[in-house]
Design a protein. Structure first.
Length: 139
């Protein structure tokens, strides 16, 4: 009765997305990223998105002094001019979650997902963190 109920995002069915048997699991972060891009996240749980404004795409200025006709189109610097979704995972991010950020960037074309964290969690680091919990229990 006194326990607080945690919010969980709606999971999406992805029957034919993954090819390999071992990589069927899709992190919850993928659903959250897709919902954020499609503007379907609950503002009560993500209040930072409440005042979000869609800003028109930005193009860097071209020089009016010099002509651009002599530059090849293929050799121009590559940059993204679309909107960005910046995600910071407190407590660590896994390789699967980084892969999901890459996949969402690739699938949702004008969007770019940038993911960061305070640490990278691999299986060895995860087990080491679990082992460290005994120190707190013994004290």
């Amino acid at each position: 009765q006194g326990r607080k109920r945690f919010w969980t995002p709606n999971r999406k069915e992805r029957p034919n997305e993954q090819v390999y048997q071992t990589s069927r699991w899709v992190p919850v972060l993928k659903d959250i990223l897709e919902d954020a891009i499609e503007d379907r996240l609950d503002v009560k749980h993500f209040p930072i998105l409440a005042g979000r404004q869609i800003i028109p795409t930005y193009r860097p200025p071209t020089s009016a002094r010099y002509g651009q006709w002599h530059k090849e189109r293929g050799h121009q610097t590559s940059y993204r001019s679309g909107p960005r979704l910046i995600v910071f995972v407190v407590g660590g991010v896994t390789y699967s979650e980084m892969r999901v950020a890459y996949e969402v960037t690739k699938d949702k074309k004008p969007w770019e997902v940038i993911i960061g964290s305070d640490q990278l969690i691999n299986p060895a680091a995860f087990l080491e963190n679990l082992r460290g919990l005994n120190k707190f229990r013994d004290n």
